[in-house]
Write a protein that binds this ligand. Structure first.
Ligand code: TRP
Length: 452
């Protein structure tokens, strides 16, 4: 079975596919609205600490399980640990990724709607007009469900065309273009009047806004943004070649991911403060802020603004798709290999479950506000259940496995891969994975449960 598995073609393909999974709506939609809800720069600092102190070691730990395990999430955890019990961590990952994909498709669907609106020229007018437009389309059951299902369909098509051709090629072409466009938009946004208040909000910390919940939100966002904690990286690493340096891949991905999130922040906050959008507007923040950047910054040449807007939503949808593809692949590989179904059938099953969750999510924030779980809209519930509980839990268990239960020799060999430099770093990695990372996550959890 293992010999027939696909593997990623080239080194750059690996970085780009992993970065393609990491970079998505997490950076451009979720990160800015959480920064806005949690008071700005202080959240940003905690977030960056989480990325580098917990995120990079966590990514490496998941890579180790996947590359050694060489199989779908469940089987990889089993192969790596030599015990069936640990395969439950993989199963938890499959479940988590299905829930995330369900609501993620809805947000990606809103992007499709905004792409359509910028093509036909519907995104004209002041902040209030755009705010109303967002409220209207998210409350329209037909539009929001249709767009979310379209996202799942597109993901399904790429997934059934195979790992290498689909994922690698798409990532290679689109990621660099997105980066360039974001830089242009940062300049455009900062050139708006009063934009410096937004820059100040993003970079001037006020720690009085920080509480236990802020830290858990930052941690959850760091894991969400790195695609960590659902065996997504484990599944991708099962396609890595032995020569790939896991530390390097993890660091490069984390760096790219953080840069993109910062650029998104530098587009959204200057613009939000300039046009008077509340930074704490929540999930609608990006959608109501960005159209103003295009209109105002390019008011002298509206056609340029419009073309840039079309390009922006197009790239955002593509970035979202490289992420949905990575989430979809977890379940598809699992159903295909574990149940011995064809890949087509595995993918179809995954798509159908996600479609049900997507419909529930879409309706819960629009047409059916009484679709609530624990007092939250179903969509918010799925979001906080995964980001604040299941992802940190998945990562915590992986730290335990790699740090304490796995064969030290295997971990060492996967980490070092013949490099003398990595041999020197290995004891540090082992210490972090054994003590620092699991303890930090445990403390954050216990604090949230009000035990400490
Ligand atoms: N990281 C992606 C983003 O920022 C989302 C994502 C892709 C993800 N695969 C994942 C999140 C696996 C958690 C787990 O948009």
């Amino acid at each position: 079975m293992t010999s027939s598995r696909n593997s990623f073609n080239s080194k750059i393909g690996i970085i780009l596919a992993t970065a393609g999974s990491a970079v998505g709506l997490g950076n451009i939609w979720r990160f800015p609205y959480l920064v806005g809800n949690n008071g700005g720069a202080a959240f940003l600092l905690i977030y960056i600490a989480c990325i580098f102190l917990l995120g990079i070691p966590g990514m490496i730990a998941e890579f180790i399980v996947g590359r050694y395990g060489k199989a779908n999430a469940v089987k990889a955890y089993q192969n790596f640990s030599g015990s069936k019990a640990w395969s439950l961590v993989g199963a938890l990952g499959v479940l988590t990724s299905i829930i995330i994909l369900g609501f993620y498709a809805v947000v990606a669907g809103w992007c499709i709607q905004f792409l359509y609106a910028s093509i036909v020229g519907e995104l004209q007018g002041n902040v209030y007009v755009i705010q109303d437009y967002f409220a209207l389309i998210s409350a329209n059951p037909f539009l929001s469900v249709f767009n979310a299902l379209l996202v799942l369909l597109l993901t399904h098509i790429v997934i059934t065309r195979g790992v290498r051709r689909g994922i690698e090629r798409a990532s290679k072409i689109f990621m660099p273009i997105l980066l360039v466009l974001l830089v242009i938009l940062v300049v455009a946004s900062i050139s708006l009047p009063d934009s410096m208040k937004g820059v100040d909000f993003l970079f001037n910390p006020d720690f009085s806004t920080v509480n236990g919940n802020t830290i858990l939100e930052a941690l959850g966002q760091a894991f969400f943004s790195l695609s960590l904690g659902t065996a997504c990286l484990c599944t991708y690493a099962s396609y890595f070649k032995p020569s790939v340096s896991l530390l390097k891949t993890a660091s490069q991905t984390a760096l790219i991911d953080t840069i993109i999130a910062l650029l998104a922040g530098l587009i959204i906050f200057p613009a939000a403060f300039s046009v008077g959008v509340d930074a704490g507007s929540g999930p609608s923040l990006v959608f109501i802020t960005i159209p103003n950047v295009f209109q105002q910054a390019f008011s002298a040449v509206p056609l340029v603004g419009r073309l840039m807007s079309i390009l922006f939503y197009l790239l955002l949808i593509l970035a979202a798709l490289t992420s949905t593809i990575s989430m979809h692949e977890i379940g598809t590989a699992f159903f295909h290999e574990q149940f011995r179904w064809s890949r087509q059938r595995g993918a179809m099953f995954e798509t159908l479950i996600c479609a049900v969750l997507a419909v529930v999510s879409a309706l819960s924030v629009g047409a059916c506000p009484n679709l609530k779980v624990m007092g939250m809209s179903a969509m918010n519930f799925f979001d906080s259940l995964t980001a604040q509980t299941l992802l940190p839990l998945g990562a915590l268990l992986t730290f335990f496995l790699v740090g304490w239960f796995a064969s030290r020799k295997v971990v060492e060999q996967e980490f070092i891969g013949g490099s003398p430099l990595l041999k020197k770093i290995f004891p540090v990695f082992l210490f972090v994975v054994r003590y620092a990372c699991p303890l930090s996550i445990l403390l954050i959890f216990l604090h949230q449960l009000e035990v400490i």
